[in-house]
Design a binder for this molecule. Structure first.
Ligand code: BG6
Length: 503
């Protein structure tokens, strides 16, 4: 559990210090932890990259990132100058032994000045092609010798498929204890995502209905208006299934479907989540077309601006078969969820940016009101709005005021922006603090990552074997390909559409 004094002296080494992730997310996150007094008195941040740069230039670049991307806006000059004293830069290639030797000297010097052994965090904010090299070089050095006090952080994508994920896990396990490895999925740090556990397990009234007897189906949509922008090189090796479903969206599914935990011990929570992944029915190769739909955006319009199609984006092949949209129907084969479809979908350059989970309840067993009263009937629905609007909404039927007995759907709503005035911490703030505290509850364990790959592999393999003949099959700015509508319509449902006031 977090408390202001729970973090001891800490040194955060960011490998990839001059990269985008550090600039946009990590440094603003660390700075906000400093402002909120979560950082220990003794802390140091060391950026490492190949670029030649002085400490001063690095600090200035970092301040610029904070000014641009911090949830609190521009940094106060005086406060920043206090904070930046503890930021430094080490120039070096990740393949060069001297980089690690220099780091060792630097860290030992800081620790001897502090007169204490610090927690050492090695954050790999680098493209995945560097993971193995860095992990190996660090693993062979004295930097991570102390297993209690040294941690390595690895971002997604964790492997490109089940085989490469296993290889990466094997490599890490040959040098590190699992307890030292923090596989980060930033969705798990989002405030509204953490609230799913609070909502489900701190309230007695929802749990009795949270199963196949009451819930008809579940939908999880993560749609983005943004296209792939300048990330063509990466995206061409990924696609929507690998980029979003294998990790973020399956994690959301786990939080919805998992059994209650006995405690919030990290392994207890992760055991319950991996149980869900292991229960997801693996789609047979010849049934992939019935349960999964892919799409790729063509040219279109986003908020009144003309945008190019995926195949015309920078670093993308003109005949690319990579999907920018994916929708999948899964079943969770266990007592709680047998027969309840979970529909997941995600896409780039869609009509709106929204992450939302909707649980639709079954109809009442017997309708006692006459047809004339229930013409407007809609199923009960619980909607968890993850972002950008943050809140929870429960839709139910109520009598419309008047002399006639007429039903109308109405909502009960919890809205973060109405209930709280302060801004909520960014996912990276939560996760960085967890790493400093040594709390791995919100991080992916080796078996979770592998179980998630197992689920998506048959789809990936089928799609790679059979390139789409219809790409591009949705215009940028639309809700995805028609086949995605058919996927859910075949079962008599529609994709949930958020009313405009909730966006
Ligand atoms: C990343 C994906 O993991 O998550 C991106 O690689 C995606 O493609 C991003 O845009 C979405 O994150 P968020 O927090 O903006 O929903």
């Amino acid at each position: 559990m977090k408390s202001a004094n729970s973090v001891g002296p800490t040194i955060i080494v960011i490998l990839g210090g001059t990269g985008d992730l550090t600039w946009r997310k990590l440094m603003p996150g660390i700075y906000n932890l400093f402002l909120d007094k979560w950082l220990p008195e003794k802390y140091a941040v060391i950026g490492v990259s190949r670029t030649e740069m002085t400490d001063e230039a690095f600090r200035e670049h970092m301040q610029n990132g904070v000014d641009k991307f911090s949830r609190r806006g521009k940094a106060d000059e005086k406060v920043w100058s206090g904070f930046e004293q503890n930021i430094s830069y080490t120039q070096g290639g990740f393949d060069e032994q001297k980089t690690y030797d220099e780091l060792e000297q630097k860290i030992e010097k800081i620790e001897s000045e502090w007169n204490v052994k610090a927690t050492r965090i090695f954050y790999m904010a680098v493209p995945p092609s560097y993971f193995e090299e860095i992990a190996t070089k660090l693993g062979n050095s004295k930097l991570v010798e102390n297993k209690e006090l040294s941690r390595i952080v690895i971002e997604k994508p964790f492997g490109r498929d089940l085989k490469s994920a296993k290889e990466l896990n094997d490599l890490l396990h040959s040098m590190y204890d699992e307890s030292q490895i923090y596989r980060l999925d930033h969705y798990l740090g989002k405030e509204t995502v953490q609230n799913i556990l609070a909502f489900r397990f701190a309230n007695a009234m929802f749990e009795p209905t949270w199963n196949r007897n009451y819930i008809d189906h579940v939908q999880i949509t993560v749609s983005e208006q943004l296209g792939i922008g300048t990330r063509g090189n990466y995206y061409e090796t990924a696609g929507a299934l690998r980029d979003m479903i294998q990790n973020h969206i399956l994690q959301l599914l786990c939080l919805i479907a998992m059994e209650p935990t006995v405690s919030f011990d990290a392994d207890e929570v992760r055991n319950k989540k991996v149980d869900v992944l292991n229960a997801i029915r693996v789609i047979k190769p010849d049934e992939v077309h019935l349960n999964a739909v892919r799409g790729q955006y063509g040219p279109g319009w986003i908020e009144g601006e003309k945008v190019v199609g995926y195949r015309e984006e920078q670093d993308v092949k003109k005949d690319s078969n990579v999907e920018t949209f994916a929708a999948v129907k899964f079943f969770v084969d266990n007592w709680r969820w047998q027969g309840v479809p979970f529909y997941l979908r995600t896409g780039k350059h869609m009509n709106e940016t929204i992450s939302v989970i909707s649980l639709q309840f079954r109809p009442v067993p017997h309708q006692s009101f006459p047809n004339s009263a229930t013409g407007n009937w809609q199923p009960n629905r619980l909607v968890l709005n993850i972002q950008p609007h943050m809140g929870i909404k429960l839709g139910f039927q109520a009598k419309r005021p008047g002399l006639e007995m007429l039903m109308s759907p109405v909502d009960m709503q919890y809205d973060y922006s109405e209930s709280y005035t302060s801004t909520t911490p960014e996912a990276y703030e939560t996760l960085l603090l967890d790493i400093m505290e040594g709390d791995s509850t919100l991080f992916m364990r080796a078996d979770q990552v592998e179980a998630a790959w197992k689920i998506v592999m048959p789809i990936i393999e089928q799609w790679e074997k059979n390139p789409s003949t219809s790409f591009p099959n949705y215009a940028a700015g639309m809700t995805g390909p028609e086949d995605a509508e058919a996927l859910i319509a075949r079962d008599g449902h529609n994709w949930f559409v958020t009313p405009p006031k909730n966006k």
